[in-house]
Write a protein that binds this ligand. Structure first.
Ligand code: HXC
Length: 286
């Protein structure tokens, strides 16, 4: 069932702030990333989402397009972020059909619960390849377009660009690696790598006008990750320890995304924006 607006983005944002902009998103058929893209489309952007499952990705693209009349949303299934060729083809098609890429969300991820003992070498490698190599490939494939977009929208140093922002990337990470998380070694290691990738990109490409940031969601209700991972007592009981006393919503991740991609986020670069109600701080042994 299509989401109604109040479920995926707040009313506080001005309509049309991302008009004539294009967002490219990996893992775009997932619950969190689809809400992020939906919010951007609602606020004026056109979009291209990619995923591994053709039916799921194409269906999600059609659904996201209903967020705004006249929106163009492409859904490319059969794209595995572990293959740079497959990503480059998707990027080329996106640029040809939508005219460029201004924003990127690197959201494709793999996850399952397994202790270090249960993890095979290939299981560990699979998550590292999807998360770390996949994010790197996403950067490689989209960076020339982000640099072009950043060049078009460069600020004059005093005021925000009158034509809006461009040349920005957000990686969807996590908070497990800030401390440690049982049964999530593979994910923790991968997300630490993603954070490092974002920081280095911020440093190297900031001078070209490209900004790179991380959003680290905490436990977000209604996501595939939480549905599967919260089956453990640890996670189900974790709600009692969250300082804000509840799980987050996808809308709260979308709002953080809109902030970082909007003019309001112009000077934010190399940052990890944790959206978790301070949940991870309760993971710290004290
Ligand atoms: C142990 C497992 C396993 C499990 C798979 N493997 N599931 N090992 N426990 N539950 C092992 C397999 O046995 C195999 O190793 C290796 O992993 C690769 O598995 P494949 O199925 O061949 O690989 P692939 O098709 O590429 O699948 C990748 C995957 C899969 C990561 C393993 O789970 C996946 O794609 N999931 C969908 C994406 C996803 O999970 N999205 C949600 C992200 S949520 P062997 O040795 O047998 O060859 C998220 C939120 C985090 O990240 C935050 C939550 C709070």
């Amino acid at each position: 069932m299509p989401l109604v607006k109040q479920e995926y983005v707040s009313d506080i944002w001005k309509d049309g702030i991302f008009e004539n902009k294009v967002i490219f998103c990996t893992g775009g058929a997932g619950t969190i990333c689809s809400a992020q893209v939906r919010a951007m489309v609602h606020l004026g952007a056109n979009a291209c989402i990619i995923g591994r499952n053709v039916e799921k990705t194409e269906k999600m693209a059609k659904d996201i397009a209903t967020a705004r009349q006249g929106a163009k949303v492409l859904g490319f299934g059969s794209v595995d972020v572990r293959s740079i060729e497959s990503l480059q083809t998707a990027v080329e098609k996106c640029v040809k059909e939508l005219g460029g890429i201004d924003f990127v969300i690197a959201g494709a991820a793999g996850n399952f619960l397994a202790s270090i003992n249960q993890l095979s070498t290939n299981a560990f490698k699979s998550v590292m390849d999807i998360d770390v190599l996949g994010s790197y490939n996403t950067v490689k494939a989209t960076l020339p377009h982000l640099v072009t977009s950043a060049g078009k929208h460069k600020c004059d140093g005093k005021t925000a660009s009158p034509t809006g922002t461009g040349g920005r990337i957000i990686f969807v990470s996590a908070t497990f690696h800030y401390t440690a998380m049982p049964l999530q070694t593979h994910v923790s290691v991968a997300k630490a790598g993603i954070d490092a990738l974002s920081n280095n990109l911020a440093l190297e490409f900031g001078p070209r006008g490209v900004t790179s940031n991380v959003i680290a969601p905490g436990p977000i209700a209604g996501t595939e990750g939480m549905d599967r991972l919260s089956k453990t007592d640890d996670l189900a009981n974790s709600i009692k320890c969250i300082p804000l006393g509840r799980w987050g919503t996808v809308k709260e991740i979308s709002d953080a995304t809109v902030f970082l991609f909007s003019d309001a986020g112009n000077y934010v670069n190399g940052h990890a924006l944790v959206v978790d109600g301070a949940a991870w701080r309760t993971q710290t042994p004290n």
